[in-house]
Design a protein around this ligand. Sequence first.
Ligand code: LLP
Length: 454
Amino acid sequence: MRSSGPGPIETGAEVASSRHAFPRVEGEIRCGGFRLSELAKRFGTPLYVYDVRHLELRFREFEEAFRPLDLLVAYSVKANGNLALLSRLHRLGSGADIVSLGELFRARAAGIPAERIVFAGVGKTRMEMVAALQEGLYGLNVESAGELHLLDEVARELDVRAPVAIRVNPDVLPATPHEYTRTGHAHSKFGVPIDEALELYRWAGTRSSLLVRGIDVHIGSQIVDPEPYSEALSAVLAVVDRLQGEGISLEYIDLGGGYGVKYDGEEEFPLKAFAEAVVAALKGRKLRLVLEPGRYLVGEAGVMLTQVLYVKRSGGKVFVISDGSMTELLRPSHYGGYHLIERVVEDESAPMELVDIVGPVCESGDFLARDRLIRLPQPGDFLAVRTAGAYGFTMASNYNARPRPAEVLVDGEEVVLGRHREKLEDLIRGEVPQDGVPGSLTAPLGGTSSPKRD
Ligand code: LLP
């Protein structure tokens, strides 16, 4: 991902296609029936805004592409686990891909049925296995021999059969924007090498407490070239055929997630072409297909709104200091992730300047954009950080004792609060003061402990 070098020029061009969320109409970015400045004023900033209609569009498009197949879309909860958003996905018929007991809790709280949930992750604990088995999940994607043995033991104790898929490591290296988001190569901690996977299947096939159900692969995230998926699919199908020959037949293959979106002018994942290739490859086979898209469904459906606090010139640089920071959106700082940032209300009279857009956090690595050419905003202006629906709020933290922001969902002419802005009390919830009664601020902020509205 780009971390330096001038970014594209903010054009303020009108983008009003229904395919694109957050169009700019008459100089202002909108979401459904709302101007983003209106939402920023009403709910405060920083603020996450999600366009539910766009999410629905993406979900349907995804399902449609694989229509001829028996498909389970297991939305990857880690991309955005907001309960309101999950409920909308559940209503659309989505399942879930989870990686922790917490995500299982979220998915179930949103109403997603257990038989539409798959559980990935290299470090499942005994407690997580117990919960997964008691809930009756569709599959546990097992990532090591040790995990398979423990699962066998736990299932025996509970007197149930654990539905198992082995996550294989096909040793492919997709060109993702950052090395942290490549998971299918030999040196990654994820999955099991194919030879070992065959051994594990053979062993699992002999255990009455294990139900060999599927095979899983996930090669990385923000991938736009379908080629590595084809390689992974061929590798997986070779294992399926080999096992079939040995009398072990599988019910599903899970190709994971990772389908890339547009952050800038780059290509997005060619979903239709990919889907056609997958449909052709699975033709004539009685295999259910599980896919775990996260970012593809929610990425473009979200923006983060932030307000400019100051504009500071220092050392030959221009710093636009906003109330949004790495604690609300970690991607630029952690992965050098690029997000298009635009003024919510355009002002064509403002000069173009090369700026760093930074937050208030006490870290030099706290930035939303570096060396970005934009029309210089003024204190009080709102900025929209685009394509922030995935891995935005979910990676937010309370670092520097910053309350996490509110999230709102827009559905056409309606807006609902999906999550309250955290209050100061939320920052110390669960902590134990050592000297009696905790203190408090002398004057509660405007009669409330909420730093901004909602
Ligand atoms: N399935 C598994 C097993 C995964 O590990 C992931 C993502 C997904 C599905 C969904 O991937 P998606 O379709 O959203 O690309 N925080 C990083 C991305 C980390 C992805 C982790 N695993 C970022 O902000 O780019």
